[in-house]
Design a protein around this ligand. Structure first.
Ligand SMILES: [Fe+2]
Ligand SMILES: [Fe+2]
Length: 274
């Protein structure tokens, strides 16, 4: 398939935007671009619909063209050759260390979301939820709302964990009154004719009627569905907020015998064979 460099760069938000992306994020964006372009070509060849987005059937037909499944976590695969050796983690690692040394593919996106929430005056529960909402995708992408909330819920407020758990379901349902439209990115990732599974629909209805709906909805409002070329993000702005809202264990994440300690160790040591 022929790749138009300019069109490809534009799909990443331009040269400036592509320069701030990590290699993994560039690879994901490139894969999106390539699969979109592939579907456009298939559509043209078949005289099919003029939709710029693939259908659910198109996406299912691609499953056996990949060496890994779409739900695999970022730390376990590389789309640009071999995986890289990871930095040594300090003893008793804390959340900041994971941001610096393990959340390579998700930190920019999460920091952009949290920065947006901070600038628009959201509560610290919402800012924290935005900061952590997708980090679990380093180990798994399937049902990342549920996995993501489980990973951090011993250390944050119930409200922030609720917002992380349910942003996954809410993102499929527009709420224009609160500033959330269904994103084109999902037409590309899930297919233009995708309908959420019944468990997502049931969850959405429960959350819609819940007193913390607003917090979960604000994670989707502050989520980002395109690459912002002008975004300047830094963890520094969140050190105090993390200190106030994330009660990391003295022993270090992964070593506190909590029910989620093994999840943090998995992020720290994804090269362990068993
Ligand atoms: Fe998410
Ligand atoms: Fe996100």
């Amino acid at each position: 398939m022929e790749i138009d460099r300019r069109t490809c760069l534009n799909s990443l938000g331009g040269v400036a935007a592509s320069e701030i992306l990590t290699h993994e994020a560039k690879a994901d964006a490139l894969e999106d671009y390539l699969s979109t372009r592939l579907n456009e070509l298939v559509g043209l060849q078949q005289g099919a619909s003029s939709s710029p987005f693939p259908s659910v059937a198109d996406l299912e037909s691609q499953i056996e063209t990949r060496p890994s499944r779409r739900g695999v976590g970022n730390l376990f695969v590389s789309r640009t050759g071999n995986v890289k050796r990871l930095d040594q983690m300090p003893p008793k690692p804390q959340l900041i260390d994971f941001f610096r040394h393990r959340f390579m593919a998700t930190s920019n996106h999460c920091l952009q979301s949290a920065t947006k929430a901070l600038k628009s005056g959201m509560s610290e529960d919402v800012v924290v939820a935005c900061l952590l909402h997708d980090v679990v995708q380093e180990i798994i992408k399937v049902d990342h709302g549920w996995w993501g909330a489980q990973l951090v819920e011993p250390y944050i407020s119930d409200k922030a964990a609720f917002a992380i758990r349910y942003h996954q379901a809410l993102r499929f349902y527009a709420d224009p009154a609160n500033g959330y439209e269904y994103p084109d990115l999902y037409r590309r990732i899930f297919g233009h004719d995708y309908r959420p599974e019944p468990y997502i629909e049931t969850t959405y209805k429960m959350v819609r009627a819940h007193k913390w709906y607003g917090e979960a909805r604000m994670v989707t409002v502050n989520d980002l569905y395109a690459f912002d070329p002008n975004a300047q993000v830094s963890l520094d702005a969140f050190v105090d907020i993390i200190g106030r809202n994330f009660k990391g264990p003295r022993e270090g994440l992964g070593y506190d015998n909590s029910p989620v300690a093994h999840m943090w160790r998995t992020i720290e040591r994804p090269d362990a064979p068993l």
